[in-house]
Design a protein around this ligand. Sequence first.
Ligand SMILES: Nc1nc2c(ncn2[C@@H]2O[C@H](COP(=O)(O)OP(=O)(O)OP(=O)(O)O)[C@@H](O)[C@H]2O)c(=O)[nH]1
Ligand code: SF4
Ligand SMILES: [Mg+2]
Length: 430
Amino acid sequence: MKKTPKSLRLQIGLFGRTNVGKSSFLNLVAGQDVAITSPVAGTTTDVVEKSMELLPLGPVVFLDTAGLDDRSLLAEPRLKKTLKIFDRSDIITLVVEPNTWTDYEERILEEAKKRETPTILVVNKIDLGTSSPEFIGELHSKTSRVLLCSSVDFEHRDPILNQYKKFLIEVCPDDFLKPPPLVGDLLPEAGLAVLIVPIDLQAPKGRLILPQVQTIREALDFDASVMVVKEREYAHSLANLKSHPHLVICDSQVVLKMVADTPEGIPCTTFSILFARNKGDLVELARGAAVIETLKPGDRVLIAEACSHHAIEDDIGRVKIPRWIRQYVGGDLRIDVFSGRDYPDHLQEYKLIIHCGGCMLTRREMLARIQKAKETKVPITNYGLSISFSQGVIRRVLSPFPAALEAFQREMEKMRRTVKSPRSLQSSLS
Ligand SMILES: Nc1nc2c(ncn2[C@@H]2O[C@H](COP(=O)(O)OP(=O)(O)OP(=O)(O)O)[C@@H](O)[C@H]2O)c(=O)[nH]1
Ligand code: SF4
Ligand SMILES: [Mg+2]
């Protein structure tokens, strides 16, 4: 599992007996009619390739195979063709019908196991018949990744797609989760980045913390220069520069001061935002931040820390963020803090999840957590974005990332339309 990928695009082999709804499932995922479907068995006569961008994963290609029944699978040259698709596939998606498991499915699963190709089982056509608990139990004994869906039901596309993406994130080869650059793409060659690093009691003795070191290292890798200052010296150092820096980055805790001291026209952001993009899905987390606008006293908020025993994060997660958000909301919130490798059960009880920076998590783990939140329809943001939001500067610090800024703005518009008496603080500072 998670071996070297077979091409630059994640290749997903779509298998299933004739007429189970493989092409329909592909249409549902794509959100449009890309594969020909029809009630006549054997519609897809050869492999149909469909490339698409499946965010946050990236470029994928589906190999929609010709439907086979259990007899034709065993016959040449069908078998040869099937094996060829196995050769290409990084992941197999096997579509089945409720309560039907034949030799065909068994053979596909066996082949996938033999090759260690991860498999996702899709029980399709659930609108036509309910699967027995025994059937579902049996499927779960074969793989933990079982998705129930109706491919003709576009109204419920989002939860299905989110669960499917979560499975893909769990099993795709490591290379597909290669992070985007941390900062390199934001700096021209020989460019200059200014890093504002508070050295307070919480800063570790004698060193910088890993996110700061990583940012410096990547800027150097991209042939840029870096100036590191504390927040008190920042304005003075900036005034002494002959030309403007190309980017200013600060710790979220001093974001208000950075924005106040940085002339318009100089792009600025936070370490937290750089890492939100690098580790996870900045667009989704930016969208989630807008939900703070709609929080009301009494709402439940989950603060999720990926690991326990971290004094600094404790202080931010347990004291500062709750205080700033409560101030913003103008009343008490029911805030639960949860530390650990998994989320608590009953995520759906929360109006918002505010996640830590996830520095100890892999990109795969962070994406899976974001996907799980999406699956349960609970918006998710992170510490840094929630701080920038509650301080009224989120637009400014998101501006180096147009897609994330646009997602945030759109979500804010939506909130304004749906919430009766919106707060107006966030209309300032763009
Ligand atoms: N009610 C219902 N019909 C479905 C569903 N999925 C597919 N169908 C219908 O089942 C028929 C076959 O669907 P296809 O997507 O063409 O099936 P396929 O597996 O690609 O078929 P071949 O390419 O022929 O192997 C079509 O009439 C679809 O509209 C579903 O979830 N519910
Ligand atoms: S993963 Fe990193 S940011 Fe999250 S709680 Fe652990 S140390 Fe803190
Ligand atoms: Mg088909």
